[in-house]
Design a protein around this ligand. Structure first.
Ligand code: LLP
Length: 432
């Protein structure tokens, strides 16, 4: 059908997902068609959405020395990493496993920064072996161990110290990381002493400073406050004679799940850079580690309605996706919009959308007014970040398949996991 005769509606906050004649598309590909071809539950990602989200940061940093390191914990599927590698991003990683994934898509060691509170010696060794760009060190103990490991390999490890600016990001407590009571980073008042120790160790070379105050931040003020706190520390560290080449401001910018209105990346960075300029730091090398804001609204999870179970207190709509595929509602009481893949004519009722897992915590959405029948398809929106990367095999459910869409083209980037795939690393005890 030609576009001119098709009625199109963009979903607010999801520019590359739209309904055409009542049917939901990812870019120019029908979600119902993908579900027929690959089955459900199925994650579908729009490449244009990812590149557009990245472009907002790139605009924000135009004319500056800056590196955008995609925080791959948000979605570490190889096909997604490839998009960001090809777009020239660096990567923020937090484990040896993530390191191997990102090397597998051709990233260079020098474009990778290694964060995390619990790096093992083996992870440090492997990171040094591949010439990692920077270790974001999170504690005084870690400095000593990294120094030892680097010396044992005859290398010098580039380090940045993650400082804890002690600002409240006003987000869910599980994903707030920059407050005093959190396990992350080095306390504000210990920072200069920690830098002095780092600068004195022969296996380390101080290259920068970093912070990360939390995730799904929808208000600009915590960022502006944190920037001031970090710049105060930069001044104090440099006054102690230790030069810093880069300032890494972490990730955390939120997305719209339910009409939230986070600042646009370019607008936020215009304000942050104005502050940096005003304080005389505008010509430094900047790094950021965004995750969710690059992929969150680029992905949906398509799921089929299995059964409707109306009840006295609640109506349950049982679908084939579950908490093992979409863990955020169970873990953080998170909201994901749910929209029908095709508009149906079933009567509208208020449903709790739940999965097949044997726990009451296995819910995906609550109290949603939907026209649904068994066999219908629903799209769980904003499912590009922290869904597949947090998926589990609970109830021996295979992880879902994933498809990447680019215009009218689509690629299967992950096959549906089988029971055999899950059992492969396991061994039976030999009978004696
Ligand atoms: N850098 C560091 C050091 C981090 O700890 C994180 C996220 C990021 C960057 C990326 O933050 P983002 O730009 O994605 O907000 N599973 C939770 C989110 C956990 C975030 C953990 N750290 C969720 O589903 O909401």
């Amino acid at each position: 059908m030609s576009q001119s005769t098709t009625s199109q509606h963009h979903l607010p906050g999801h520019p590359h997902f739209q309904t055409r004649d009542g049917e939901l598309f990812a870019e120019d590909v029908s979600l119902a068609g993908l579900a027929r071809e690959h089955g459900t539950p199925l994650f579908v990602y729009s490449k244009s959405s990812m590149l557009e989200a990245l472009a907002a940061y790139q605009r924000g940093f135009a004319g500056r020395k800056a590196k955008i390191c995609y925080a791959m914990k948000a979605n570490s599927s190889l096909g997604i990493l490839q998009v960001f590698a090809q777009a020239g991003c660096g990567f923020d990683i937090v484990s040896g496993g993530e390191l191997e994934r990102v090397l597998a898509v051709g990233a260079k060691g020098s474009d990778i920064i290694l964060s995390g509170v619990g790096k093992t010696r083996a992870e440090m060794r492997r990171a040094l072996e591949v010439g990692i760009g920077c270790f974001n060190v999170e504690s005084e103990g870690e400095l000593e161990v990294l120094n030892e490991v680097a010396i044992s390999l005859g290398q010098v490890a580039p380090v940045s110290i993650r400082v804890n600016p002690d600002v409240d990001p006003k987000t869910h407590p599980y994903i707030s990381t920059g407050l005093k009571g959190n396990k992350f980073g080095v306390a504000h008042e210990r920072t200069v002493a920690t830098y002095q120790r780092a600068a004195s160790l022969p296996g380390l070379k101080v290259v920068g400073i970093d912070c990360h105050i939390g995730s799904q931040i929808t208000d600009e003020s915590p960022y502006l406050d944190a920037m001031d706190r970090v710049l105060d520390l930069v001044q104090a560290i440099e006054a102690a004679g230790i030069a810093l080449q880069h300032i890494d401001f972490g990730g955390g910018l939120g997305i719209s799940y339910n009409g939230d209105q986070p600042p646009a990346a370019d607008a936020l960075w215009a304000k942050l850079l104005a502050k940096l300029d005003a304080r005389g730091f505008g010509d430094r090398h900047f790094m950021i580690e965004p995750g969710r804001s690059l992929v969150g609204n680029a992905g949906v999870c398509v799921t089929e309605v299995l059964y409707l179970k109306p009840g006295e207190h609640k109506n349950f709509c049982i679908v084939d996706a579950a908490m093992n595929d979409l863990p955020r509602p169970a873990m953080y009481q998170a909201f994901h919009a749910v929209v029908p893949v095709k508009s149906g004519d079933a009567p509208a009722h208020t449903w709790d959308i739940v999965g097949p897992v044997c726990e009451s915590g296995d819910w995906i959405a609550r109290d949603r007014l939907l026209h649904v029948r068994p066999g219908d398809l629903l799209a769980v929106m904003s499912a590009g970040a922290y869904c597949m990367s947090m998926a589990s095999n609970y109830n021996t459910r295979g992880r879902a398949a994933e498809v990447l869409v680019d215009g009218a083209k689509s690629w299967l980037i992950r096959e549906r996991e089988t029971a055999q795939d899950q059992m492969r690393p396991e061994r039976l005890v030999p009978s004696t």
